[in-house]
Structures are given as structure tokens and as C-alpha cells.
Design a protein around this ligand. Structure first.
Ligand code: PLP
Length: 414
């Protein structure tokens, strides 16, 4: 892999994306005429078209020459649309100053880590975690403290484990160096929705230990099978927190690159974070101006949005169900049926297979079975792998069929 070039900073070593790391190998295979089913990237518009009313809005913005720099923190039209969304969904009363629009949640993560982390500062992450939290944190010198979510327990958070780690951090005199905790709700890759009382317990811990709570809620409308989503802003009253969201998943428009960081509270710490986020936004001048109009319309036209999201979520629920069913026929794989997102995150019974570890399993899935997955080690749980359940059911069933066949071939006998 990378050469140890003297021109690069040490922090640049953390900048990697494991979800895309097998792309060039997959391309090589396809060039040789092999068919590869790509289940690595969570990119909904590849499979469900971005709603036409949003495309029309984007084109309309271009025709009206909306090609200038926008207000750096996001156009007023977009910010008002975000305020409207949160009033509708969570009865929140946000103000313009509480919201900074960003180039996806990704840019908000970069801003937050850059503004918060000194070398050696700590952040709490829950395994399995979204992989991109790591390069943003560690390239700023931050050190992850890992807490767990238990697959056997429907991916619930191990809250006692969190308290133990917090107490240990405090008694080591490092409590002041614990800057934030990030949670992903609904969870990527777990596909679970956190219970309201879990969120409340977490908000209480943030309050007691004084760290900033960051809640990445980018899948908050991709919820099904009777699950009920609660936003952190509904339970963390009086506790400084940041809610991250955007157009990528709920509005089926990953390539628009529009996200938002919301700081709902008005205590001194929250106010300081809003101002600092604005400074960061000002330094990069603007966001994509026509995309902001398209997202504003996407959020404001509640009737069109409802049609689009219910059709997409209906399709996702069926696909996730198809993957879960097909995998449950495999005695060497354990799977929990998700109730949100479009990810399935099964566990491999490595004891029953002749693979050294989960990474080898995922490589074999590509090279032997022609299915591109993401290795569980990228999420901090090396015995699992992630499937993106977005292609049509037939493609997904073919893919899982091939994985199951590979397991039969690699099963240990006796
Ligand atoms: N956060 C989570 C949990 C994600 O799964 C993703 C994308 O897959 C992102 C953030 C990135 O979002 P954006 O496209 O808004 O940068």
C-alpha cells in the first residue's frame, strides 16, 4: 500500500476509506469479463432515482442563474426548510443560527474534529461504527475510546461498559480530554434504532461527564418493521449536542453533497460551537448553490417527499428482508434483521470455516464469488461483514446464494 513518503504529514496516514478499498480489484475482475455484484457502497440514487420534483428544482435553479457563491452557512431558503422539517418531524423550534449547512455530513465531521481535538484528546465511538469517523478523528490527533453494541442483544449499546470507561477516564485524570461521543442512530452498519431510554441515558452521561454529544441521524426516515425513531434533540434538553443530517439518504441524493449540523441548545458551550461552525463555513465560502435549492424544495414539499420516501423505504424493507432470509439458510452465518437503513451486518462463524479471519472471507467473496462486500474490521468488528441491500431482490438473492455456496465450499468437516 502507501509508500512512506517524506513529503506527507503523519496525520495523512489515517486518511483511508475501507468501503472503497476493493474497488480497483473489482474493476480488474470486471475488465477480465467477470461479473461482480457490488454491495459495498450505500448510494441510494444508483438504485432509486432521485425524486423528479428535486431534479426539476435543481434545473430550475440553474436556469435562474443560481450559480453564485451562496451564503456560507447555507441559503436562507435551505435553512428555513431545515427548520420546517424539524418542526414537522420532532416538534423542534430551531432558529436560523442553530443550523450550519455543510457539504454532506462528511464536512460537518471534518469541521467538528478539527475544531475540537488536540493531540491526545479522546472521543467515544461505538463498535461497530461508521468507518469514516476514524480518519477524521485520528488525523486530528484524537484517540478513540471504543464502547460496544452487542449483536446478541439486537445491537443495543452496552451502557454499563460506557460508564466503566467513563469512570476509568475520570480516575486517570483524563476526563477533561474526553471531547465528544458520537452515536449513529439509526445505525450504520447495525440497522438498528436506539430506544428512547438509551438516548436519555446517554444524554445524562454527557451531562454528568461534560463531553459534547454528536448524533449522526442521516438515516432517520429510513425506518421500518414497526421501529420508532427518536431524535437526540427530543431527549437531550439542556445538554449540549449536535445533530447531523443531510440530503444523501432521506432525500436520495448523495451526489448533491448537502448536509447540516444542528446545535439546538442555547447554553454557552452550544452557542460557542455555533459560532465556531460558522467560522469554518465562512472559510470555505459557499456550498453548491443549485443543490441547496433542490434540497430546500426536497424538504419543503412534504407531499412529494412523503410519496418518494415511502416508496423507497418500502423497497428497502423488502430488499433487506430478502437478504436476511437468504442468509438465514446459511448455518455458518448469523444475522439480525434490521429495522432501519439499508445495511445488513451478519456475523461469520469463523470456527466452522477455513478462513483465517473476516478480512479473508471478504476477499474470497470478491475473488471467488464475485460479490464485493465491506470487511467488518473497517467497523471495528472483524467477524462481521456489511452488505448494502439496495440492488433489486433478484440480484441480492443471487449475491447471497453465491456467498452461501462459498461457505459450503470452505466449511470445515467433522
Ligand atoms: N454518516 C453515516 C452514518 C453514513 O452512513 C454516511 C454515508 O454513508 C455519512 C455519514 C456520509 O454522509 P454524507 O453523504 O452526508 O457526507
Amino acid at each position: 500500500m502507501g509508500m512512506n513518503m517524506a513529503i506527507f504529514s503523519r496525520r495523512s496516514a489515517y486518511v483511508k476509506n475501507p468501503i472503497l478499498e476493493l474497488d480497483s480489484a473489482a474493476e480488474q475482475l470486471m475488465k477480465k469479463g467477470r461479473e461482480v455484484i457490488k454491495l459495498n457502497r450505500g448510494d441510494p440514487p444508483v438504485y432509486f432515482r432521485t425524486p423528479k420534483y428535486m431534479i426539476d428544482a435543481y434545473v430550475e435553479a440553474l436556469r435562474e442563474n443560481q450559480t453564485n457563491y451562496s451564503r456560507a452557512a447555507g441559503t436562507r431558503e435551505l435553512i428555513n426548510a431545515v427548520i420546517g422539517r424539524y418542526a414537522r418531524l420532532y416538534k423542534a423550534r430551531l432558529r436560523e443560527e442553530d443550523i450550519i449547512a455543510t457539504a454532506g455530513v462528511t464536512e460537518a465531521l471534518a469541521f467538528l474534529n478539527h475544531m475540537l481535538m488536540e493531540k491526545g484528546d479522546r472521543a467515544i465511538l461505538f463498535r461497530p461504527h461508521y468507518p469514516q469517523y476514524i480518519p477524521r478523528l485520528m488525523s486530528e490527533g484524537g484517540v478513540p475510546i471504543y464502547c460496544d453494541q452487542e449483536m446478541g442483544n439486537g445491537w443495543e449499546m452496552d451502557l454499563e461498559g460506557v460508564e466503566r470507561k467513563l469512570k476509568a477516564t475520570r480516575s486517570a485524570g483524563k476526563a477533561g480530554r474526553l471531547k465528544y461521543m458520537i452515536i449513529t442512530n439509526p445505525g450504520n452498519p447495525t440497522g438498528r434504532v436506539l430506544q428512547r431510554n438509551t438516548l436519555k441515558a446517554i444524554a445524562d452521561l454527557a451531562n454528568e461527564y461534560g463531553f459534547l454529544l454528536i448524533s449522526d441521524e442521516i438515516y432517520d426516515e429510513i425506518v421500518y418493521n414497526g421501529a420508532k425513531f427518536t431524535s437526540m434533540m427530543q431527549v437531550a434538553r439542556g445538554v449540549p449536542h449536535v445533530v447531523l443530517n443531510g440530503s444523501s439518504k432521506n432525500l436520495d441524493s448523495t451526489g448533491f453533497r448537502i448536509g447540516f449540523a444542528i446545535v439546538p441548545e442555547n447554553d454557552a458551550k452550544s452557542e460557542a460551537i455555533k459560532k465556531k461552525l460558522l467560522d469554518y463555513a465562512l472559510t470555505r465560502l459557499s456550498l453548491n448553490t443549485p443543490a441547496q435549492h433542490a434540497v430546500a424544495v426536497g424538504l419543503s414539499n412534504a407531499a412529494e417527499h412523503k410519496k418518494a420516501i415511502s416508496s423507497m423505504v418500502g423497497g428497502i424493507r423488502k430488499r433487506v428482508g430478502a437478504v436476511t432470509r437468504a442468509l438465514s439458510e446459511n448455518p455458518l452465518i448469523e444475522v439480525v434483521e434490521p429495522n432501519s437503513t439499508f445495511y445488513v451486518f451478519p456475523r461469520i462463524n469463523l470456527g466452522g470455516l477455513d478462513f483465517k479471519n473476516g478480512d479473508e472471507f471478504v476477499k474470497a467473496a470478491l475473488f471467488e464469488a464475485g460479490v464485493q462486500l465491506t470487511r467488518g474490521s473497517a467497523f471495528g468488528t472483524p467477524s462481521n461483514f456489511r452488505i448494502v441491500a439496495l440492488p433489486n431482490e433478484q440480484t441480492l438473492e443471487t449475491a447471497v446464494g453465491r456467498i452461501n455456496e462459498m461457505c459450503r465450499k470452505h466449511g470445515k468437516r467433522g
